[in-house]
Design a protein around this ligand. Structure first.
Ligand code: NDP
Length: 480
């Protein structure tokens, strides 16, 4: 399979005519080739987006909405095909792609197709000065959307949908590691009747394509999701150019479990919050703090449940944990397991690679891993691993666990399990994170602000926040 760029409404070859190998992580084999694009392709994409901008930004919200709803319906029509493609490309169980990733891409387009119809401008009457102000909210222009490999279509569309709905035109880059569903989206965009140049998708590496998008003077805003180090590099380029920036970065999220919690629900959810998508979700709770009275029971029950998880062929319906997305990422996770051992950690479950029989014997699989016995401030507990690895630690007091939870450079999300209402509110206020889940995890309402504090990023996605990000406010003051 050979993928193509999507520029000015056409499927195009990269200017270099060069292609990069794309691997199926469940077999370790190359199965497709993606354009090795460079700044020439980005230049063409920006030019197409600039040409499309006047007409698209002048298109009424209901017309934009109708096109986006058509696109949502086409993704829904192709749900099975897209779920299979996502599973093969990323390594996630196909059951997860079918239940979460692709339905969420549909929801992203539906949500912003309809939200755009409700975005209203403010007005301020200056009483006593015989003046009235109204605030125009105008699309910023050509914007760049850059997304990572863990939830490929889900996160790609989470940026593209609000940008297009707001009237911007887009140059987008999916991760080079998981490009296939973005390629499928190109074809569906044509079928949906999206005008040429409104969405342009340029495949290739971060250093070539991503950085060319960020550095392009005519790209007015960058919406980026990925690692903190990449976010820093993007900010260094974009900030002196005064571009609008939305950065959704890494996490090292605490999962705090008090003895008074609803134990069964906590246990079932903690399995998911630890190992869904092989732990490759920025919101996974990788540091689990357990109140001492239930620590031993939790350790026993959690280890037993985790040892029972099925690791293997992502295409098998019974699989719980699929393949790690790439060989470099597999090596990174294994090196952190080794580091945890060196730091004195005791591996309670997992800790080793898995070689399934049959077609997946060459794939990159790691058994879900639980480590105990590490201090809260060691590297294993401070750095993002982004894989099926969690640590468990006992605690005695609220003050102690808050200190542990807030000790990291990140602040994306946190989960708290308690039946105490006052403790829940206290922790919600004190935890340094953009999102706090009480007695649940990854329960999403697309209207809510989504994003992190500290080194987990800048800005918020979701709801009207994203539409505001892709628009510029202009105040008009009229004296009467
Ligand atoms: P990266 O930061 O490596 O890559 C993200 C995207 O940026 C990719 O498309 C990548 O391209 C591109 N990129 C790489 N270098 C540059 C550059 N210099 N300029 C512009 N773009 C560039 O992240 P990963 O793909 O490894 O994703 C994992 C990370 O994403 C984790 O840290 C995770 O926590 C974070 N994440 C955060 C989320 C949030 O909402 N806060 C949600 C999901 C993930 P290429 O792939 O070709 O290198």
């Amino acid at each position: 399979m050979k993928l193509l760029n999507y520029i000015d409404g056409e499927m195009t070859e990269p200017a270099s005519r060069e292609y990069i190998d794309n691997y199926d992580p469940s077999t370790g084999q190359v199965y497709s080739h993606i354009p090795d694009s460079d700044e020439r392709d980005v230049e063409a994409a920006v030019a197409a987006a600039e040409a499309a901008f006047p007409a698209w930004s002048d298109t009424s919200a209901d017309v934009r909405s109708a096109i986006l709803l058509r696109l949502a319906a086409l993704i829904e029509r192709d749900l099975e095909k897209l779920a299979l493609a996502e599973s093969i490309d990323q390594g996630k169980p196909v059951s997860l792609a079918r239940a979460v990733d692709i339905p969420r891409a549909v929801a992203n387009f539906r949500f912003y197709a309809t939200a755009a119809m409700h975005l209203a401008n403010e007005s301020h009457e200056s009483v006593g000065q015989a003046a009235i102000n109204y605030t125009l909210r105008q699309p910023v222009g050509v914007v760049g959307c850059i997304s990572p490999w863990n939830l490929p279509l889900y996160l790609f569309t989470w940026k593209i949908a609000p940008a297009i709905a707001a009237g911007c035109t887009v140059v987008a880059k999916p991760s080079e590691v998981t490009p296939v569903t973005a390629f499928e989206l190109s074809k569906l965009s044509i079928e949906a009747g999206l005008p040429a140049g409104v969405l342009n998708i340029v495949h290739g590496t971060g250093p070539k394509v991503g950085s060319a998008i960020v550095a392009h003077k005519n790209v007015k805003a960058i919406s980026f999701t990925g690692g903190t180090a990449t976010g820093e590099a993007i900010a260094r380029t974009a900030a002196p150019m005064f571009k609008k920036l939305s950065l959704e970065l890494g996490g090292k999220n605490p999962n705090i479990i008090f003895a008074d919690c609803n134990y069964d629900e906590m246990l079932a959810t903690t399995i998911r919050s630890s190992f869904s998508n092989q732990g490759e979700i920025c919101l996974c709770g990788s540091r689990i703090f357990v109140e001492r009275p239930i620590y031993q029971k939790f350790k026993r029950d959690f280890s037993e449940r985790v040892n029972a998880l099925q690791v293997g062929d992502p295409l098998e319906p019974a699989t719980d944990v699929g393949a790690i997305v790439s060989r470099p990422h597999f090596d990174k996770i294994m090196s952190y397991i080794e580091l945890a051992r060196q730091e004195g950690g005791h591996v309670l479950a997992g800790g080793q690679l898995v070689r399934p029989d049959g077609r997946c014997s060459g794939g990159w699989f790691i058994r879900p891993t639980i480590i105990e016995g590490l201090p809260f401030d060691c590297r294993t507990n401070q750095e993002e691993i982004f894989g099926p690895v969690v640590t468990i630690m006992p605690f005695d007091t609220e003050e102690e666990v808050l200190r542990y939870a807030n000790s990291v450079r990140y602040g994306l999300s946190a989960t708290v399990w308690t039946e105490s209402l006052s403790r829940a509110h206290h922790f919600a206020a004190e935890l340094e994170s953009g999102i706090v889940w009480i007695n649940c995890w990854l329960l999403r309402d697309l209207r809510t602000p989504f994003g992190g504090v500290k080194d987990s990023g800048v800005g918020r996605e979701g709801g009207f926040e994203a539409l505001r990000f892709f628009t510029e406010e202009k105040n008009v003051c009229i004296k009467y």
